[in-house]
Design a protein around this ligand. Structure first.
Ligand code: CUA
Length: 311
């Protein structure tokens, strides 16, 4: 959060520094008086008959330690409110990209409603430039419990709450890959609910959109795996565009191999890991809702050969 690359994140860093400066000043004053008192009065010989000066009922002191903190809190409140208002009142420009992010236990569904793309755990967005800003406006929802969408370098946190729709926007000014994390404890695998945002140059983003909109061609060599995929329970939960698989409980697998991890950051997406994942997801992510399908080695090989063609 101290290395922002996106408009709202710059504002958040500014207000953080302001708050840190005030709290640092308070710390210096309090710690300074404490140290002074310890050193100045710590070694004086104790005489049990002498009481220290009694200042109970001092109006001046009580006013001072009531009014000064109150003023500090009012200043912090006003500055924070001004920044929050500044971020939230941003109107959505016509060129903005729209994404819907849905929190699930424990992964993120990512939809591009206007582009007809559904993916998981990885957002791809265009970089913006001042001549023609292309911010991304994100609608945040949850299907089960409260999660929180947070990519520190791009924006603040936004909770994903069941039956409620929240909005957040990002405007990345630099191409790159930025990592995020569910920031609200949501159960056993809260820690393995990672997010990646890949910020592309504009033409590269268009190429990504085109590749995601393409339905992967059915290949003759992996027919056995494809038929297996459609005959066991995979299709109840997973969708693969162009096949009978139309489930929505698990991640859309149409372009599975274009993603870098499995299980929302649990493990790298390699054919070996994919095989181990299908064999027993709990080996990587205890509590994941995907069951071990009890497939034998031949079936696993066929299925992974098929899934590996979903690029
Ligand atoms: Cu989802 Cu923590």
């Amino acid at each position: 959060m101290f290395a922002p690359v996106s408009t709202p994140a710059f504002a958040i860093r500014d207000v953080s520094f302001f708050v840190l400066a005030i709290t640092a000043a308070i710390f210096v004053v309090v710690a300074g008086f404490t140290m002074y008192t310890l050193i100045r009065f710590g070694r004086r010989p104790v005489s049990p008959e002498v009481e220290p000066a009694q200042v109970y009922g001092s109006t001046q002191i009580e006013l001072a330690w009531t009014i000064v903190p109150l003023l500090i809190v009012v200043v912090l409140f006003l500055v924070t409110a001004r920044y929050v208002w500044g971020i939230e009142r941003r109107a959505q420009p016509p060129d903005a990209l729209e994404i819907t992010v849905v929190g699930n236990q424990w992964w993120w569904e990512i939809r591009y409603p206007k582009l007809g793309i559904v993916t998981a755990n990885e957002l791809h967005v265009p970089v913006t430039d001042s001549a023609r800003p292309t911010p991304t406006f994100i609608t945040i929802q949850s299907v089960d419990v409260a999660h929180s969408f947070w990519i520190p370098q791009l924006a603040g946190k936004m909770d994903a709450i069941p039956n409620k729709t929240n909005r957040i926007w990002i405007e990345p000014l630099r191409v790159g890959t930025y990592v995020g994390q569910c920031a609200e404890y949501c159960g056993l695998q809260h820690a393995l609910m990672l997010l990646v945002v890949v910020v592309h140059p504009k033409d590269e983003f268009r190429a990504w959109v085109a590749s995601q909109q393409t339905v992967p061609a059915a290949q003759e060599a992996t027919k056995a795996g494809r038929e297996l995929f459609a005959s066991v329970a995979c299709i109840n939960c997973h969708r693969v565009s162009g096949t009978p698989g139309n489930g929505v409980f698990g991640p859309d697998l149409t372009h599975l191999m274009s993603r870098s991890t499995l299980g929302a950051g649990a493990v790298r997406n390699t054919p070996e890991n994919l095989r181990a994942w299908v064999k027993n997801p709990s080996a990587f992510k205890i509590g994941a809702l995907m069951p071990a399908m009890q497939l034998d080695d031949t079936q696993l090989d066929q299925l992974v050969a098929y899934l590996s063609t979903l690029r």
